[in-house]
Design a protein around this ligand. Structure first.
Ligand code: IMP
Length: 416
């Protein structure tokens, strides 16, 4: 079997949670391959709210196995807290022994470095993601499997603290002593040991011999990718579909259908270029109607119009077979709805994404607004202007729209 993949193709927060929740029913295994607790989905099931940061969304399907892959940076504190929302996770949640640990000192480094950067700050979530990935690449990271021997891990971390003493001092970060650290690590081992395993083998078995349907759940979005996003205003992982391979130990041939998740408009949290951002009334209205506040940090998201050029780029990068267009209903009630269909760069019109987005200006196509897409469950129920809007998106991005979401409710979804 091949694994299907869903990937955010804007700046994150595209509404992946609703789609994965819907799809999770059809899959036997749901896997996370990158990122950490900087990600956040809120999923409502029968009026009950679940906040997910590290646990794959398949947890809401009692029959699905959930895998946290080696490409994730895992905060034990965060996942343990998250796990308290669910019962009977043993046998349903597995964490790669090769995933890297994201410990408290990583968050403290993240926050201190952001402060030092002043107006050049990335606007990170402050969750230690960059420092944990830096340690991995620097080959001084600690892995989840090491939690199984807290005494040895404690000694390694104390050695790391000693080697980096001057940095901690400059950043005014206090590190725990060995006794405090050991208690913390033993607590993590007690809660997490039953879930730690070699997930690579598990995923291979699921695909190769058990004929399981596997869903790969991306976190963040393509424009935040460490290589292909708006560097340096990006996260520290490979958010594109290729990241699922390194982050789980599968190969490109293991991936089947790729669905790119986009909102019917754009949002971004944190700093960095955002060509179609609307700083006026329309942007404020999108934020209000779309409830655009970060799940992880509560920050107000920056809002703007759908960027078809960035989406075309992201669709090609990820190999999207189709797009899932989320939150179409949020556009209800605008007098005019716009799509960015080209950029202006140095006085010239371009139809591609240049390496540096700082200097581009958006060129828009306008559509008359509509009022009643909310709750539509078939294409025929959508106003003609909304259908024209979708057709333009398909033409420019060269990708068909396969799913349209018209309210937060599971059933208010058009499958084409
Ligand atoms: P970091 O991932 O915390 O290092 O933050 C780097 C950038 O990615 C910042 O602009 C964050 O706001 C953004 N970011 C990280 N995770 C998410 C997410 O799940 N949704 C949207 N933006 C995110």
């Amino acid at each position: 079997m091949k694994a299907d993949l869903i990937v955010g193709i804007q700046w994150g927060d595209e509404g992946k949670g609703k789609i994965v929740d819907r799809l999770a029913k059809e899959y036997d295994m749901v896997c996370r391959s990158q990122g950490g607790h900087n990600a956040g989905h809120t999923i409502w099931v029968d009026g009950v709210k679940f906040a997910l940061h590290l646990i794959p969304s398949g947890v809401l399907n009692p029959k699905a196995i959930n895998v946290v892959g080696n490409g994730v940076v895992l905060s034990p504190e965060s996942i343990i807290k998250e796990m308290t929302q669910f019962e009977g996770l043993e046998g349903r949640l597995f964490i790669s022994d090769k995933a890297h640990l994201n410990l408290k000192y990583h968050s403290l480094i993240d926050q201190a470095r952001e402060k030092l950067k002043g107006d050049k700050a990335i606007g990170t979530t402050g969750k230690g993601i960059g420092p944990a990935y830096s340690d991995k690449i620097n080959r001084v990271g600690m892995r989840v499997g090491e939690l199984l021997d807290p005494v040895k891990l404690c000694a390694s971390i104390m050695e790391y603290f000693a080697q980096n003493r001057e940095i901690f001092d400059v950043l005014a970060i206090e590190t725990p002593n060995a006794a405090e650290l050991l208690v913390e690590l033993e607590g993590y081992k007690e809660k997490l040991a039953p879930f730690i395993t070699d997930t690579t083998q598990m995923v291979w078995r699921a695909l190769d011999s058990e004929n399981k349907r596997v869903l790969l759940e991306g976190a963040q979005g393509t424009m935040l990718d460490i290589d292909h996003g708006t560097y340096p205003y990006v996260t520290s992982s490979s958010t594109v579909s290729a990241g699922a391979c390194t982050g789980l130990g599968i190969n490109p041939k293991d991936i089947g259908k790729v669905t790119g998740i986009v909102k019917a408009y754009c949002t971004r949290v944190g700093n960095g270029p955002f060509p179609s951002e609307d700083l006026g009334e329309d942007g404020a209205r999108l934020g209000k109607q779309g409830h655009e506040f970060g799940t992880t940090t509560g920050r107000a998201r920056r809002c703007g119009w759908f960027d078809a050029i960035a989406t075309k780029y992201a669709s090609r990068l990820n190999g999207c077979d189709e797009l899932a267009l989320m939150k179409l209903d949020v556009l209800d009630g605008f007098a005019e709805v716009k799509v960015c269909v080209a950029y202006e760069l140095d006085g010239k019109e371009i139809d591609y994404l240049p390496s540096n987005l700082e200097d581009v200006k958006p060129i828009y196509k306008s559509f008359p607004g509509w009022t009643n897409s909310v709750g539509a469950r078939s294409l025929e129920e959508l106003p003609q202007a909304a259908r024209d809007y979708i057709k333009t998106i398909e033409e420019i991005t060269k990708t068909k729209v396969g799913i349209i979401s018209t309210s937060p409710e599971r059933e208010d979804t058009i499958i084409l």
